[in-house]
Design a protein around this ligand. Structure first.
Ligand SMILES: Nc1ncnc2c1ncn2[C@@H]1O[C@H](COP(=O)(O)OP(=O)(O)O)[C@@H](O)[C@H]1O
Ligand SMILES: [Mg+2]
Length: 216
């Protein structure tokens, strides 16, 4: 049986719903949340406080980012502006008892160092991926490309989560052509709060079930 220490939540794009889905998964699995690389802190407080509120987490269910960078750019560009070189040695999984929900920044092909993309970090962490994708137009292309990149590197795929107005045709085509499971869908939400996150988290399969069904 597959046995992973958690999941890596990535997306087909930035602003696609990774943080919302991370909050839902952390709540559902009573997990610990970690956003190792946080950028954009000049303009916002980052994803960690958002997830902490949405999933109603106690402090012990949160790991602080390894790097908090100011510019709203990819980690490599944001780090360069501050004269920082991201050290992969600081991006190893922390030892915790509960499953880890690790949120990436942007999508898979986002630079972290001159010699490292986000997808390389996922491989280093040895975590299976939850891929967040939009439900609507454009998602089949972006999702299938992301799945192909993951498979090329032998990264296990736990499944896809679709976010936005329901589109059963896109869901079916992603499952068929991507040979992947849709773990659950998040409808378009008028308001995002703890109650909604809790309700959706009730529909998430248990972590051990998702692990058993993960595919290469
Ligand atoms: N299903 C949804 N319905 C409504 N708004 C959403 C939905 N998913 C995400 N959003 C909104 O879109 C924005 C980006 O979502 P977020 O989870 O922060 O994405 P990411 O972490 O991928 O950048 C946020 O303002 C979030 O509240
Ligand atoms: Mg986010």
């Amino acid at each position: 049986m597959n046995s992973f220490r958690g999941v890596f939540v990535t997306g087909t794009d930035t602003e696609i719903g990774k943080t919302l889905v991370s909050a839902i998964l952390t709540k559902a699995w009573n997990a610990t949340y970690w956003k190792p690389l946080q950028t954009g802190l000049a303009d916002e407080a980052g994803d960690t406080p958002t997830v902490r509120t949405l999933a109603e987490l106690t402090a012990d269910r949160i790991i602080a980012p390894a790097y908090g960078l100011q510019a709203p750019l990819a980690p490599l560009a944001a780090a360069n502006l501050e004269g920082v070189t991201i050290n992969p040695g600081r991006l190893v999984l922390p030892a915790v008892q509960s499953p880890l929900v690790v949120e990436g920044a942007g999508g898979l092909m986002v630079p972290i160092r001159e010699d490292m993309l986000m997808i390389d970090l996922i491989q280093q962490m040895d975590l299976p991926v939850v891929l967040v994708a939009r439900s609507g137009l454009g998602t089949i292309n972006h999702t299938l490309l992301s799945l192909e990149a993951l498979r090329r590197r032998g990264i296990p795929i736990l499944g896809v989560v679709l976010s936005g107005p329901e589109n059963s045709g896109n869901a079916r085509d992603i499952e068929r052509f991507g040979n992947v499971r849709i773990l659950f869908s998040v409808p378009h939400l008028e308001e995002i709060n703890e109650t909604v996150v809790s309700e959706i988290s009730d529909r998430v399969p248990p972590f051990y079930v998702c692990q058993q069904q993960s595919s290469q």
